[in-house]
Design a protein around this ligand. Structure first.
Ligand code: OSB
Ligand code: MG
Length: 365
């Protein structure tokens, strides 16, 4: 197929409550939304970078720049038959996985719609619902405990809390005291160093499902050293940016669990590769989240429908973060799952009015 028209937008929607991690507190999410048109079909993609370089180096502005100046001109020149063809135009561009993943995602949506199958199906997904977990930001202690109580009662299958130096062992201890043996994990977003090994050993006493990305965002070696000291599995997020990284992490013993975010690794093809690699070595994976709007959330759900996603995902219902969204909302089923859309492509309708309402920048190509 050939692409006749591409719309790029910057869309900004406030969170219901601010979300705080070890790298900062945010009131809203800003995403680049891509719409590609081919004949009578259109595909949507969501680029998941934050508007600051605190999770990874990409930002909303770098995504726009890479899309406008390097990806879109190539997309307009070529004919596409499969997602592999889309990946081939990215090869020359070093890095910028989130910009690439957003465009690849829009094409997956198009290809699936062209074949009249769901994104889950075209990816090889086998599940009709995915296990949903929830990520709780850093906040005043009463707010965190109230949040956990609320989300646990709603039925989420596991609770993840964000930690940072000074907000770690004590909060975990308090949660264990109030909520007993609930499935609990922590995510440090790279806030510690090997100098904190004793603190990590303290955390090791609390039966956590995993400790996510305790050390530097680009490290594999120190994580391998730390993993040897701990019973609790380490899960890597930021450090795994490619299939090669995942291979090295498994080989070195840097982690025992992998968080797969298709934005972080440059798309769904690479996500599938990492999934297959981990499956072959019995390493559990789960789908991470970047507080996505409905398009990105739908894509995460389709990815998490693959067999190897055996742990609860950071994919919560839309109302965990947003009052209004640019697609129909995703809801939590009573059994703590989210249903995988069966309709063609991402499988949810775009709410055109909301999309317009929250668009702060738009350009057609
Ligand atoms: O580290 O998983 C992370 C949000 C933004 C950036 C990084 C992370 C997160 C989350 C939120 O933990 C997960 C979600 O989308 O629910
Ligand atoms: Mg994380």
């Amino acid at each position: 197929m050939r692409i006749q028209k591409i719309d790029l937008r910057v869309v900004e929607i406030p969170y219901i409550h601010p979300f705080e991690t070890s790298f900062g507190r945010e009131e809203k999410n800003t995403e680049v939304i891509i719409q590609v048109k081919s004949d009578n079909l259109q595909g949507f993609g969501e680029c998941v970078a934050l508007d600051n370089p605190y999770y990874s180096y990409e930002t909303v502005k770098t995504e726009w720049h890479i899309l406008e100046d390097f990806i879109i001109p190539e997309v307009k020149k070529k004919e596409f038959k499969a997602p592999e063809d889309v990946q081939s135009i990215f090869k020359r561009i070093r890095g910028h996985p989130m910009a690439k993943a957003g465009m690849e995602e829009a094409f997956w949506d198009l290809f699936a719609k062209e074949r009249n199958v769901s994104l889950s199906k075209i990816l090889g997904g086998t599940k009709s619902k995915i296990d949903s977990g929830v990520s709780i930001g850093i906040d005043k202690i009463e707010i965190v405990l109230d949040n956990i109580d609320k989300r646990w009662n709603e039925g989420y299958k596991r609770i993840k809390i964000k930690i940072k130096p000074g907000w770690d062992v004590n909060i975990v201890k308090r949660i264990r005291k109030e909520f007993g043996d609930i499935p609990l994990m922590v995510d440090a977003n790279a806030a510690y160093t090997l100098g904190d090994v004793n603190l990590m050993k303290e955390l090791d006493q609390y039966g956590l499902m995993m400790i996510e990305q305790p050390l530097s965002y680009d490290d594999l070696y120190d994580h391998a050293v730390l993993q040897k000291e701990l019973e609790t599995p380490i899960c890597l997020d930021e450090s795994i940016k490619s299939t090669k990284d995942a291979e090295m992490a498994l080989e070195l013993g840097s982690c025992r669990i992998v968080n797969i975010k298709h934005g972080r690794v440059g798309g769904l093809l690479t996500s599938k590769e990492i999934h297959d690699l981990c499956r072959a070595s019995n390493t559990p994976v789960w789908a991470g989240g970047m507080l996505e709007f409905g398009i990105g959330r739908a894509t995460n759900i389709a990815l998490a429908s693959l067999e190897g996603f055996s742990l609860p995902n950071d994919i919560s219902a839309t109302d965990r973060y947003y009052e209004e969204d640019i697609t129909e909302p995703f809801v939590l089923n009573e059994d703590g799952t989210i249903s995988v859309p069966a309709r063609a492509g991402i499988g949810v309708d775009i709410e055109e009015d909301t999309l317009e309402k929250y668009t702060v920048k738009k350009k057609e190509y």
